[in-house]
Write a protein that binds this ligand. Structure first.
Ligand SMILES: NC(=O)c1ccc[n+]([C@@H]2O[C@H](COP(=O)([O-])OP(=O)(O)OC[C@H]3O[C@@H](n4cnc5c(N)ncnc54)[C@H](OP(=O)(O)O)[C@@H]3O)[C@@H](O)[C@H]2O)c1
Length: 259
């Protein structure tokens, strides 16, 4: 007799398993806020909402605001450990922290800004994921790790986002290597390769105007930027039992961009 299907339940929607303890870095960003909001609509869970300079403002008792700028591996380990101890364990890490530090052509980029791009978009996900996987292995109940990438990285980025794209392409390699390492312990590692999502990211890092945003949206086959809630829905699917046979994959959310 097979066990009951995890899909047959009221509402027929992907949800994180009840009681999940989920650390979200970049929770203060556009995509992070959308994810936390959607998680709070689902079953009871504990959410570590991490921001670098911003404190995640929430009165919901399920949200543990964590703020700590990352300056290296020790900070990444400290955030994972802080959350794990406060939440009583760690079932999932969602790494959404990221940024772009230079708006000019890469030929003119100062070394310090190259390093910042690589640090937040590649070094940090590596150190965060490594710390999370080590904690999940000791805990012994499996887990989920979700990283992020960008569709433009598959095409060499643009002149203005070349180092960022290199770092994001690196996270795709992380997803594959970590998935191989985690599989024996039931730790599934995946990523979302975002296209153009209207999360505030482009205004924040590249000071894009409304007119530039509208022009960019016209390049997307579906003629719009993605909604952060659409990104949250995909991430929740990847954290739910609906995706329990999926690991080592980057799932594209692009509206057909770059086709
Ligand atoms: N939106 C898109 O179209 C798109 C496309 C491809 C990939 N992505 C990726 O998706 C992720 C989330 O994007 P988003 O749209 O939500 O961006 P966002 O609104 O700019 O949010 C960025 C988040 O990263 C945090 N952060 C920035 N620098 C950090 C640092 N040095 N250390 C730790 N945390 C840092 C920010 O914290 P504070 O607010 O506290 O500074 C914020 O929570 C990013 O990694 C981004 O690269 C987005």
């Amino acid at each position: 007799m097979s066990s009951p299907s995890p899909f047959v339940r009221p509402g027929w929607v992907p949800q994180v398993p009840p009681g999940s303890r989920i650390l979200v870095t970049g929770a203060t960003g556009g995509l992070g806020r959308a994810l936390v909001a959607m998680l709070l609509e689902g079953p009871d869970c504990v959410i570590g909402a991490h921001g670098a300079g911003t404190v995640f403002d929430s009165e919901d008792r399920r949200v543990l605001p964590l703020r700590r700028p990352f300056a290296g591996e020790a900070d990444c380990i400290a955030v994972v450990e802080d959350f794990r101890l406060r939440a009583g364990g760690l079932d999932a890490l969602v790494c959404l922290s990221g940024g772009l530090h230079f708006s000019g052509h890469w030929k003119d980029m100062p070394e310090a800004l190259w390093e910042k791009d690589i640090d937040v978009n590649l070094n940090q996900p590596f150190f965060l994921a490594r710390a999370a996987m080590a904690a999940m292995k000791v805990q012994g109940s499996g887990g989920r790790i979700l990283l992020n990438g960008t569709e433009s990285a598959l095409h060499g980025g643009s002149a203005m986002s070349f180092p960022y794209a290199i770092a994001k392409r690196g996270t795709e390699c992380l997803v594959q290597g970590l998935a191989r390492e985690g599989a024996a312990d039931g730790i599934l590692v995946n990523g979302v390769r975002f296209g153009y999502i209207a999360s505030g990211f482009h205004q924040r890092w590249h000071a894009k105007t409304a007119a530039q945003m509208a022009e960019r949206a016209q390049l997307v086959p579906l003629k719009r930027g993605g909604d952060p809630a659409e990104a949250a829905a995909l991430m929740i699917w990847l954290l739910s039992d609906w995706s329990r046979f999926v690991t080592g994959q980057m799932v594209a959310l692009t509206g057909g961009d770059w086709l």
